[in-house]
Design a protein around this ligand. Structure first.
Ligand code: FES
Ligand code: MG
Length: 590
């Protein structure tokens, strides 16, 4: 560990630069104007940024406005100075056309702040879905000492004695509304019951997934991810996180020391065990690309598919965030996986210890909530990576296939892992909503619902729309789910076994662009294949026809950022990153 006094801090180039005293004076001048003293700024104390993702526009992360006070206390107690600054808001439920359009924008903004200002380290305040990957991607690019403080899930939601979980209750409420069992007031009351306090989604949706994976990657202190937002431990964790980042700066412990291939492999296994969101491969592949670790959806299947589901949280299970925390959270899940040799125990974490050392003495506290590895909720909780003439990569979470679905589609004794269906093709979510009830489509239980034009280019940012509800007439007959396939994403709070994140998307002239309603699609889970049953020459003819018409059409740009991102974004399997940004790993090291 370098000597505290001797290590040259990056911030000293601004505030205490003996080679350029004139410039130093100019930098100092304005940062003194709100009461900081020259002695403080020239004391050699690490200057720590708090990357503030909370605001009135970002209710999932708004609690960080309070938590930052405790972070600040911790930074000060450890001998640091604190500069809090805003991160571009990303609110999953508020941003049109989709919050994921803004992940890369927040990333870019944060990179500029971390690189361009006098910061020696940063506390990343995370929570709502894309805030966590945006922050980690930026930390990976700039490679300054960085630590994640998640805001924590909301308290459990309740309605008439039942737990109501974020997002998950929406799918249920929609079914009840479509079936005429509740009206719109009942619908609103039911879904509002799932949000009883500050915090992010209390289910194992994308927020709890990504914060759990940030911890599994080693980027937050042990136990951080699961603490509910209003609990006292959350404020205490904020204080300890502030203390720790100061030490990390002294130790020069950087993201590139932590975000290694081993760390990503650990996170993939934890993702299966927690029943993590199908958004996780997109975001982890993106973080990996920005830190320079190779990772793809084949890795996700190879490392993660066979890991069982251990965590009994909605949408796959019963409980919510409070129980997850009391059962031991991420350290208990890691502990359980360590027992099977599935964790690289030497992977370094932000506290300077290996994840194995952090989790060895953290066994599961409640076996109803985190089940034993040898008696899990479900086997094979990871993702399959399907390929074929419709796409190079699309993932499927087979563990959420319900019994009714399985008996309808996967019960042929001669071919138990395959099914065929008639494609009903929609061009984007608006088209789906417009036409799904159209009797002329003749949708029945032998159909596969396909949505395209929903990927990173087609619906800029990629919409969470693949899990499409069948027409009301089918729901009334008890068929609440049809096989769904698409080039968009799916909410982590949905339990539907869709084939999603198809790459390349239709708007990039992937095979989905060639599909027509009425085509037959064959899915073979054993062979990891999804194909439209059409001869290659006919597909080539269709491709030529669409290309001749100028390619697969998609809506025009509504904002400058949509145009910029569309011009350079990679596909979902490659993390939906900005191509030119991938080459900039570790800029702060130079
Ligand atoms: Fe923000 Fe779920 S909507 S965390
Ligand atoms: Mg979501």
């Amino acid at each position: 560990m370098p000597d505290k006094k001797s290590r040259h801090l990056r911030s000293q180039e601004w505030f205490d630069n003996v080679d350029d005293p004139g410039m130093t004076a100019l930098y100092l001048e304005r940062y003194l104007n709100f009461g900081l003293t020259r002695a403080e700024l020239q004391s050699g104390k690490p200057i720590i940024g708090i990357a503030q993702t909370g605001s009135d526009l970002s209710p999932c992360n708004r609690h960080h406005l309070e938590l930052a006070k405790r972070v600040r206390d911790g930074i000060t107690a450890a001998g640091g100075l604190c500069f809090e600054f805003p991160v571009h808001p990303i609110q999953e439920t508020g941003k049109r056309p989709t919050a994921s359009l803004d992940r890369n924008l927040a990333y870019l903004g944060l990179v500029e702040v971390l690189y361009g200002y006098p910061l020696d380290g940063v506390v990343l305040t995370t929570g709502c879905d894309k805030t966590t990957p945006a922050c980690l991607m930026a930390a990976a690019t700039v490679n300054l000492p960085a630590i994640v403080l998640s805001g924590g899930p909301m308290l459990n939601g309740w309605f008439q004695g039942q737990r109501t979980g974020s997002g998950t209750i929406v799918w249920k409420a929609r079914e009840l509304l479509a079936a005429g069992e509740i009206d719109i007031d009942g619908y609103t009351d039911l879904i509002a019951s799932s949000a009883p306090s500050v915090g992010h989604c209390n289910t194992m949706g994308t927020a709890s997934t990504m914060n759990s994976l940030a911890e599994a990657l080693g980027m937050s202190l042990p136990g951080c991810a699961a603490i509910p937002a209003p609990y006292r431990e959350r404020g205490q964790m904020a204080y300890e996180t502030g203390r720790r980042i100061v030490a990390m700066v002294h130790e020069d412990l950087k993201p590139s020391d932590i975000l290694t291939r081993k760390a990503f492999e650990n996170a993939i296994r934890v993702n299966s065990a927690i029943g993590g969101s199908t958004n996780a491969p997109i975001h982890l592949n993106a973080i990996a690309r920005h830190i320079g670790v190779s990772l793809d959806n084949d890795d996700w299947e190879r490392l993660g598919y066979a890991v069982p589901l251990l965590v009994n949280l909605q949408p796959a299970g019963k409980y919510l965030g409070e129980e997850y925390h009391r059962a031991g959270g991420v350290p208990a899940v890691v502990h359980e996986l360590m027992g099977q040799g599935l964790i690289h125990e030497d992977a370094l974490t932000v506290n300077g210890r290996g994840i194995g050392d952090n989790c060895r003495d953290r066994p599961v506290q409640d076996r109803d909530v985190i089940l034993p590895f040898d008696a899990p909720m479900l086997p094979n909780a990871g993702f399959l990576n399907l390929k074929g003439n419709l796409f190079h990569s699309a993932i499927m979470k087979t563990s959420v296939i319900a019994d009714g679905f399985r008996s309808r589609y996967l019960s042929n004794p001669d071919d138990p892992d395959a099914f065929e269906g008639r494609a009903i093709v929609f061009d984007g979510p608006e088209d789906y909503h417009l036409r799904i009830e159209d009797p002329a489509l003749n949708v029945d239980e032998t159909c596969i619902l396909v949505i395209r034009g929903a990927g990173p280019i087609g619906y800029p940012g990629a919409a969470e729309v693949v899990n499409m509800q069948p027409p009301a007439a089918l729901i009334k007959r008890g068929i609440t789910g049809l096989p769904c396939l698409g080039d968009g994403r799916q909410s982590g709070t949905s339990g539907s076994p869709s084939i999603l994140n198809a790459s390349p998307e239709a708007a990039a002239m992937g095979g989905l662009a060639l599909l027509r309603t009425g085509d037959r699609i064959r899915i073979d889970l054993r062979k990891r294949e999804a194909n439209v049953l059409i001869p290659d020459d006919e597909l080539a003819a269709r491709r030529a026809e669409i290309a001749g018409d100028g390619g697969y059409p998609y809506p025009e740009d509504q904002t400058p950022w949509q145009a910029i991102q569309r011009s350079m974004v990679s596909q979902l399997d490659a993390g939906m990153v900005l191509g030119p940004a991938v080459g900039f790993q570790r800029v702060a090291q130079t």
